[in-house]
Design a protein around this ligand. Sequence first.
Ligand code: NAD
Ligand code: LMR
Length: 312
Amino acid sequence: MRVLVTGAAGQIGYALVPMIARGVMLGADQPVILHMLDIPPAAEALNGVVATTDVVEACTGVNVAVMVGGFPRKEGMERKDVMSKNVSIYKAQASALEAHAAPNCKVLVVANPANTNALILKEFAPSIPERNVTCLTRLDHNRALGQISERLNVQVCDVKNVIIWGNHSSTQYPDVNHATVKTSSGEKPVRELVADDEWLNGEFITTVQQRGAAIIKARKLSSALSAASSACDHIRDWVLGTAEGTFVSMGVYSDGSYGVPAGLIYSFPVTCSGGEWKIVQGLPIDELSRKKMDATAQELSEEKALAYSCLE
Ligand code: NAD
Ligand code: LMR
């Protein structure tokens, strides 16, 4: 399989490329050909890892495209500041992918604003099926699993089925209402084991929502290794399938499920099989969840409008 990584000379790229080469993304037995794209100003760093600064060469024949290239948010910058820089890149790269990628190429957008960049990519690459364009919220999903595992002092691999709804931003809604933990006496609901709704409805949510900003504050740089590792998780589950009874969070094109407006890239709980994702249907939604799901959808609608105004 041919795998494109844009922004390959950046922080996430530097961590991600060796993971893909080692089989973390597509399995140890899957041979991969890496296409690594960056821009001429990164020329010196390119000598370290990158193959090309030619977008057409980079996109030709790729089966998987991990779109990391762009400008990261720095301390003191609002996501909206990052928006105008990034949406025009995604509009241009949509055309290159549409013209040159392999049919059925799977696209994962990592660069922020991830949901809206993915939406722009989808809209300006109309011949790429909408189900093939996704964005990364698995990092937030993994952060939510991590918070629960720390709180309960259990292994992170024993916690499952948290959900990130909505935007990869501070309005995202990390939801534990359907999450469980494997215990010696079977699977138990997270709400029952934590038994502290005040924490679950308050500090837990804000910690996950603010984790990206907290890392920027601490490191003066945004997360890199965890983002790369989550990108591998996202593609691996999409291509190779999710485990029975387990769902994960992916930013996908909304079909109106759960009352989320169609036409947004919104993070939903999904299961994957045979290389396709499917939104988990029929989960009961309580009043608090409804409000938080609507608030993050509202932010995405506003981002969409802003993105289009930046492109004018
Ligand atoms: P970085 O600045 O270290 O790397 C970005 C790279 O992209 C640079 O090497 C730059 O030269 C390159 N680039 C810029 N324009 C490009 C173009 N048109 N084509 C190809 N490459 C281009 O940034 P980073 O820390 O690696 O972060 C990358 C992006 O990922 C940022 O937008 C960041 O905010 C985002 N991010 C998203 C998540 C998530 O969970 N969705 C998590 C962490 C970071
Ligand atoms: C993250 O979640 O770590 C990044 O997306 C950083 C950011 O810009 O919030």
